[in-house]
Design a protein around this ligand. Sequence first.
Ligand code: KIV
Length: 272
Amino acid sequence: MSTAKKEYKRVTVKSLVDMKKNGEKISMLTSYDYSMAKIVDAANVDVILVGDSASNVMAGHETTLPITLDQMIYHASSVIRAVERALVVVDLPFGSYQSDPKEALRSAIRIMKESGAHAVKLEGGAEIKESVKRILAAGIPVMGHLGLTPQSIYKFGTYTVRAKEDEEAKQLMEDALLLEKLGCFGLVLEKIPAELTKKVSESLTIPTIGIGGGKYADGQVLVVHDLLGMTHEFNPRFLRRYMNLYEEMGNAISNYVSDVKSQNFPNDEEQY
Ligand code: KIV
């Protein structure tokens, strides 16, 4: 297996399948706004996910369920304005695709048309088959999402690892094969055992992207605020923090407050 990296001026759904074929791991991160997306894209992240985790990270909700289609379009269009290289995938939010395939297609079309995104992501397997088919038939690339699907958190009742038991693992494998057969270009696997990720990844030609799915996935995704340590109360085992921005930003802001109070800011050079 070659580890040589091919240069991609613009990442497409085809590039991702090629990366898997070439043994190149895929990097994916969330972004929800213009400024962050500029930094993430310039750092050569392959895929930017405008995740419905914006509901937690940007809006402070406990779950991903409250975020609306209009709000996802607002986040996605801000991200799109910043991006030159990455493939931008947008989550279809809870309630915008589960009730019927026509509504799913309408929601996907709104995202593509109003934000300029490149693809959509939906959570689920066989139960959303007709919606996935319809969206794909309209020429919209679809990414799947299996394992711990946060939009179903009230069904699970807990954020613990999914598919540890044989029956759920078997169902997940069947769903993964189905999503590939339908024509999805990739698949997020969230919080499942590493060995199951390995089996699924080896059984598919489309890439798997893990979050808490271990090292055998074809790529990895994290929420950018978690990676940067801006969120500090969320500490799952799978998370690697590359910075402690919560502390660094807090210190910088406290210093600003002290400087204003002590009349150290602005100084003579910082005025007109
Ligand atoms: O919304 C999101 O950030 C996601 C990732 C956790 C994969 O779906």
